[in-house]
Design a protein around this ligand. Structure first.
Ligand code: AG3
Length: 281
């Protein structure tokens, strides 16, 4: 039998993958989780029918959410990850010599369990002695914690369903409070291409501009996300990511990376004109 999965990005376009096997189909109090196997992208994790990660291209998203902030800060000892229950962002964070403690706050423990079972390579960061996992609502955690962090990375789903509040200025304001005086906040901010997604970028950037002295958008190519071109928004209290790249630490860490490198760090902040326009207006 020929079985196919489609994530519709608009009413008239989407991404279609042939399904060789359905490995898991489950429902948590928060969302529907499916794991399918596909010939071209390997195993794929879907939340509420949207592609969260695939074995083949997850490295782009996870490296690009984590390393630009980590190598813009001179000493990122404490990192907070909001969401990212699959562990991919955590895996990248704990690679860093500078990081002493990484706290991951995920609302849905089912995502973590499924990642450990079906994506051991993605979930490998959970085994690090630097990692601490807290299963709770990220918004409540940030509002209540007395800890301070050097970096906060928001690894959320689209701004519908459980992640809606993670795209709100009240949440960013709370993150700003939890950051040290030279801290950096970075969030995934959807694609600049498809209209209803592209509305996220100017909104997030406006909020970051309001809260932080420095705000920058950067891009990466992720084949299985809507349009394939993905954005990340960074708000920084002190360090300009384009001026403050930590070349020495980058050289001595010599991390094993598949997408990010020192030239990508600079290049990712070069924006096509239509994207510049999105955040200028
Ligand atoms: N978080 C971003 C997923 C956004 C994809 N959107 C979509 N497919 N419509 C991914 C979590 C990976 N740690």
């Amino acid at each position: 039998m020929d079985l196919w999965f489609t994530e519709k990005h608009t009413k008239s376009s989407g991404l279609t993958l042939k399904v060789t096997q359905t490995l898991l189909s489950a429902k948590s109090p928060y969302q529907e989780l499916m794991i399918i196997d596909t010939p071209d992208y390997g195993r794929v994790m879907l939340l509420d029918g949207l592609v969260m990660l695939t074995e083949r291209d997850e490295f782009v998203y996870h490296e690009m959410l984590a390393h630009p902030s980590l190598y813009s800060h001179p000493n990122p000892e404490k990192v907070l990850i909001i969401g990212g229950g699959d562990g991919g962002t955590l895996r990248e964070v704990v690679k860093h010599s500078a990081v002493k403690r990484a706290v991951l706050v995920e609302i849905d423990k089912m995502v973590m369990a499924a990642s450990k079972e079906f994506f051991p390579h993605v979930a490998s960061g959970f085994n690090s002695s630097k990692a601490e996992v807290i299963i709770t609502d990220g918004i409540a955690y940030v509002n209540e914690t007395e800890e301070k962090f050097d970096l906060i990375l928001i690894d959320s789903t689209d701004p519908i369903g459980p992640a809606e509040g993670l795209f709100h200025i009240d949440f960013y304001r709370a993150c700003h409070k939890v950051l040290n005086d030279d801290g950096i906040l970075t969030t995934q901010s959807e694609t600049p291409f498809i209209k209803h997604f592209a509305e996220v970028i100017p909104t997030v950037m406006k909020d970051f501009k309001y809260l932080f002295p420095l705000s920058k958008l950067y891009l990466a190519n992720i084949p299985t996300y809507p349009s394939g071109l993905w954005s990340f928004s960074m708000g920084s209290k002190k360090y300009d990511p384009e001026e403050n790249f930590q070349q020495e630490r980058y050289n001595s860490d010599a991390l094993s990376l598949s997408y990010y490198n020192d030239r990508i760090h600079q290049g990712a902040f070069c924006l096509p004109n239509f994207v510049k326009k999105l955040i200028e207006e």
